[in-house]
Design a protein around this ligand. Structure first.
Ligand code: IPM
Ligand code: MG
Length: 360
């Protein structure tokens, strides 16, 4: 059966890195290994500029009709001043919400070839293989009321609401427990239960779900301590489950353990494993248009897409192995470059992966 894949390049470096992932998917199609129809649509600042909304109806409909969606990145300084509802990020948040992709899997794997690229000592990160499961469609990102109001005394006050219902906590915890069960059976739930009532409930629900997974060891950490522990000794973790905002912050932190934020893919899944796939880095406005962005996080996101939504784990393995081979051959974009390696640009890195994929 032909899989329907929707590409959403977005803004900044988005179009450059999505083009490389497309090249990899196209290579698999021409080999006859993948049977897919690949379409593209507009989102983010690009959509705001062209259609007056960061998530056009047509894009949302195509996304709903697709089997899986691969997104580049959205946002950029040129949209900082636009009305809040037209901001590029609103398009992405609405897409996540409309698709119901509540479980965001963000693996942080230290590639042996890149151990020297991290700012941390090699022994601290060598062999790191960590999975952050971030709740993606609730919490403070979506809670009402929200806004900026003017108080009686004339001062402006900004406000957001951190809210989680127990079923929202339960379903993401289940995904995390299932993942932990397939890995080394250790799950750490990260919250701020010493201060927040929402976290108190989060912890309580996590403990209740744990009863269904007696083979998984559940621990809890406050988010401030978790940030510290991730830098001190990241290998103590296997799977981490946490809220939308804590997961956003901790996954950026975790990316630097691996050497570069340009290496981290992600999968956002709904209850039926339909998914939205995106690199965790943003639009990198400082290097957009220069052709030097690292496309590997996007290519690895495409690999996750084949595994989780299209039921093609073997092809996913092949892409991951091809990325490994491109690194073995010494190809490096500027973010992961070191003196003894070969500096390449975005297109050359995509070519290196396609070459490794087709030459085996
Ligand atoms: C991410 C990004 C997004 C988020 C932004 C672009 C809305 O930082 O995917 O981590 O905060 O979720
Ligand atoms: Mg983020």
């Amino acid at each position: 059966m032909t899989s329907r894949i929707l590409l959403l390049p977005g803004d900044g470096i988005g179009p450059e890195i999505i083009a490389q992932a497309r090249k990899v998917l196209d290579a698999l199609c021409s080999q006859g290994a993948l049977d897919a129809r690949i379409d593209e649509a507009s989102i983010g600042g690009d959509a705001t500029d062209r259609f007056g909304t960061p998530l056009p109806d047509e894009t949302l409909e195509s996304a709903k009709a697709a089997d899986a969606i691969l997104l580049g990145a959205v946002g950029g300084p040129q949209w900082d001043g636009v009305e809040r509802s037209l901001r590029p990020e609103r398009g992405l948040l609405r897409l996540r919400s409309e698709l119901g992709v509540f479980a965001n899997l963000r693996p942080a794997i230290a590639y042996p070839q890149l151990v020297g690229s991290s700012t941390l000592k090699p022994e601290v990160i060598r062999g790191l293989d960590l999975l952050i499961v971030r709740e993606l469609t609730g919490g403070i990102y979506f809670g009402d009321p929200r806004g900026i109001r003017t108080l009686d005394d004339g001062r402006r006050q900004g406000f957001n609401t951190l809210v989680y219902a127990e079923d929202e906590i339960e379903r993401v915890c289940r995904v995390a427990f299932e993942s932990a069960r397939r890995r080394s059976k250790r799950l750490c739930s990260v919250d701020k239960a010493n201060v927040l009532e929402v976290s108190e409930l989060w912890r309580d629900v996590a403990e209740t779900v744990a009863k269904d997974y007696p083979d998984v060891f559940l621990s809890h950490l406050y988010v401030d301590n978790a940030a510290m522990q991730l830098v001190r000794d990241p290998k103590q973790f296997d799977v981490i489950v946490t809220t939308n905002m804590f997961g956003d912050i901790l996954s950026d932190l975790a990316s630097m353990l691996t050497g570069s934020i340009g290496m981290l893919p992600s999968a956002s899944l709904d209850a039926k494993a339909k998914g939205l796939y995106e690199p965790i880095h943003g639009t990198a406005p400082d290097i957009a248009g220069q052709g030097v962005a690292n496309p590997l996080a996007t290519i690895l996101s495409a690999a996750m897409m084949l595994r989780h939504s299209l039921g093609l784990p073997d092809l996913s393995d092949r892409i991951e192995a091809a990325v490994g081979r491109a690194l073995d051959r010494g190809f490096r974009t500027p973010d992961i470059h070191s003196p003894e390696t070969t500096l390449v640009d975005t297109v050359q890195m995509g070519d290196a992966v396609v070459d490794a994929l087709t030459s085996n």
